[in-house]
Design a protein around this ligand. Sequence first.
Ligand code: NDP
Length: 248
Amino acid sequence: MTTTHGTLNGKVALVTGGSRGIGAATAVRLAREGADVAVTYVSGEGAAKDVVREIESLGRRATALRADVADPGEAAGAVERTVRAWGRLDVLVNNAGIGVLGLLEGLALSDVDRVLAVNVRGVFLTSQAAAARMTSGSRIVTIGTCMTQRVPGPGGTLYAMSKSALVGLTKALARELGPRGITANLVHPGPIDTDLNPADGPYAAGQAAMTALGRFGTADEVAATVAHLAASPYVTGAEFAVDGGHAA
Ligand code: NDP
């Protein structure tokens, strides 16, 4: 077992959607910085347990919680379960999100409701529950998308709309929680190689071409910025593009 010493020693973090992709990389990165980390998942129990084992191998505590952020009770429940287990919550990473892309005429009411329930309402309710438990020095970091800055083609109405709500939410959270010493920030990934958006997928070449660097990013590259914000006391209400220059 390796014991790490980092910027988050003694802190407790909760990462929604931490079983795969950006969430899993973020959970491990926070643990490397010293945090104990709870991750949530919906169906990926095995993957979530792999993340738990990796964190424990770093000498930190970890737990996997089944909690669908689209379910109001489960969103808040993940916060409560984390606090019950470890007595506090210092860092919330609102990572869980779904990407439903498609032209207007193909999007059903059920698509709209599902995307808003996960990408917007779930983030709101999880943040609300976390804020009720957090104390001075705590951090909320939310994962948006480069499509809040620039939508390079058709098919992004629902996804871009849902993620754009997080811009207003983050600024308002910063204002409301600032007097309590709690920060709130937003990270906008560009195309990142995950199950959601594989770098060898049918639309990958076009996405890579839209970036200044001409390539997909990795989940670790996003996680590094999230970890930085989790340890930054004087940054709040801000948006950070980790997008390879997609918005440039
Ligand atoms: P993945 O699809 O690879 O992983 C999604 C993770 O979220 C999984 O752990 C999944 O759990 C979990 N999850 C999905 N739905 C829910 C839910 N309702 N409640 C709780 N957990 C849930 O996604 P990425 O890692 O690519 O994306 C992570 C975030 O980054 C999302 O918010 C996405 O919108 C955003 N993003 C991603 C980009 C990309 O190019 N990849 C670009 C810009 C933004 P399970 O294993 O159980 O399914």
